[in-house]
Design a protein around this ligand. Structure first.
Ligand code: ATP
Length: 491
């Protein structure tokens, strides 16, 4: 199907969706090249090349061109991204259910909410039980993740000496460490290490290994297999290796590299959590850092094997596990595994040498992801601008009194603003039914914000007065009314 055919199909759908809407917002659009855009390759096929277009002067808040109804959703960020961000926002604001018997506050953190189930069978963190909570810091108001080690008695404050060094590690694949303290607020001796909070994250174990409930497929209950794809596996390998490199270069060792201690914080984004905590727990057992770093790499190998085989028990028979991994993944993956699990003297820099080819792919993918996010951000930039404009309307329209004038918002410049508000939001069709046309609203507000010379007819509700004004004039009315309000507020 060619471009014209597409266009016709779209136009048909457009008519079918809303017969009362006959305006085509593309009608007066010109060639993007003529508009001064250097690269028109990525622009819509909806811009016919033949018609002339009077370009508006370039402004920093230049608006995007209006789109047809059927593409309305493209005014906003992509649905899956919005859903993901909304889930995160919801996670930040979720309050704990009542009756958890948690302290109201500990060391300046309040609103504690467990991020994991604390009843039933629990795994241990070394020799201790641990629980992760979300809590809000009273000083900066931000949420943090508190990892609490239950029933831990600290023998010396010196055990906290490494926390400062950990807090200096700012790396995209390491969950940031903020501080550590002991507390009796949970009615025991607890150690708490405070980390950056990454809402709605799950561990690699939860994402790829934990058995999923069977689901109905083709009318039958079927087990869910979530074997990780080779590309995603490499993404995680490179990110975790990068985290390990950052930690080793600070003269530290991660000391816990495990599928339950690496969290997935976004699409294919992972971060090593729980850094620094083992240094406190095992402070008194002196260790050679070079040896601990070797152990980090061996643990990393085991993590990759469990991901490849979607199982934790495979670690009981590593040679068999490596063989299984080799059957499902490339020789390159097997090569890395052999290096990490069998080489007596390994080194994180050498590991990167072995992964050179994959790193280029990773770089390409992450640049693509940045491009995609940037284009989503652009649409939100436009929307943010429109929200500010709507706020101005809200401040001005229907204001009951200003400067002792009960009719301030109905008279002078404000009368035009009121009529424009009706033009944008309160139009009705020939049968008196409300027209709820988001495209019209966005187009009108964008033109207003850019102050274009295009003229529109504003009609009063009783149809007794009728004004023809340009968007530029309406914009200047709004600016002066809003200025009056700001000077009035400052008085
Ligand atoms: N910094 C963090 N920000 C947000 N959520 C986190 C953070 N750290 C951990 N979590 C979440 O808290 C939950 C519990 O984490 P934890 O590391 O205890 O995993 P676990 O599987 O419960 O391990 P264990 O069985 O050893 O307790 C997980 O769902 C994890 O995603």
């Amino acid at each position: 199907m060619n471009g014209d055919q597409n266009l016709h199909d779209l136009a048909d759908q457009f008519q079918a969706l809303d017969p009362s809407m006959v305006m085509n917002p593309y009608e007066h659009m010109g060639d993007p090249q003529e508009m001064g855009y250097e690269n028109s390759g990525g622009m819509d096929p909806f811009y016919p090349a033949s018609q002339a277009f009077a370009r508006e002067p370039l402004q920093y808040h230049l608006y995007t061109s209006p789109r047809p109804e059927t593409l309305q959703n493209q005014y906003f960020i992509a649905d899956d991204l919005r859903e993901e961000l909304q889930k995160r926002s919801e996670a930040v604001y979720t309050a704990p259910p009542p009756g958890l018997n948690l302290p109201d506050e500990t060391q300046g953190y309040h609103s504690l909410m467990p991020l994991e189930v604390t009843v039933g069978e629990r795994r241990k963190f070394g020799s201790w039980y641990s629980t992760v909570y979300k809590a809000v810091n009273s000083t900066d108001g931000f949420p943090y993740a508190l990892r609490r080690i239950e029933n831990f008695r600290l023998n010396t404050q010196a055990a906290f000496s490494g926390v400062e060094t950990w807090a200096r590690i700012k790396h995209p694949n390491v969950v940031g460490v903020k501080e550590a303290f002991t507390t009796r607020a949970f009615n025991d001796n607890s150690l708490v290490v405070v980390y950056d909070y990454h809402p709605n994250s799950e561990t690699l174990f939860e994402a790829y290994i934990k058995p999923k409930a069977p689901q109905f497929q083709n009318g039958r209950l079927q087990a869910q297999h979530n074997r990780i794809s080779e590309r995603t596996l490499w993404t995680y390998i490179i990110q975790i290796a990068s985290a390990i490199k950052a930690v080793h270069e600070m003269g530290l060792a991660v000391r816990v590299i495990d599928v339950t201690k690496v969290i997935v914080t976004g699409q294919n984004r992972c971060r090593v959590s729980s850094c620094g905590i083992v240094d406190i727990l095992m402070f008194e057992a002196r260790h050679d850092i070079a040896m601990l770093q070797q152990e980090d790499l061996a643990m990393f190998g085991k993590l990759i094997v469990s991901l490849c085989c979607s199982s934790l028990t495979v670690m009981n028979n590593l040679p068999k596990a490596v063989e299984t991994a080799g059957r499902h993944y490339s020789a390159e993956v097997k090569n890395i595994l052999m290096y990490l699990l069998t080489k007596p003297h390994k080194n994180i820099r050498h590991l990167f040498e072995l992964m050179k080819g994959q790193m280029l792919l990773e770089l390409d993918d992450s640049l693509k992801a940045v491009d995609c996010l940037e284009s989503n951000l652009m649409s939100e930039l436009e929307n943010g601008r429109l929200v500010r404009l709507l706020c101005k309307f809200g401040f001005i329209d229907e204001r009951p009194e200003f400067a002792r004038d009960l009719r301030w918002s109905e008279t002078g410049d404000r009368y035009i603003i009121k009529l424009f508000r009706d033009y944008v939001f309160h139009q009705v069709d020939e049968h008196g039914r409300p027209i709820l046309n988001l495209s019209h609203v966005l187009t009108s507000l964008n033109k207003l914000d850019a102050g274009v010379e295009e003229r529109i007819m504003l009609v009063s509700r009783d149809e007794q007065s009728c004004l023809v004004v340009s968007y530029r004039e309406i914009k200047s009315c709004i600016d002066s009314a809003f200025r009056e309000l700001t000077t009035g507020a400052a008085r």
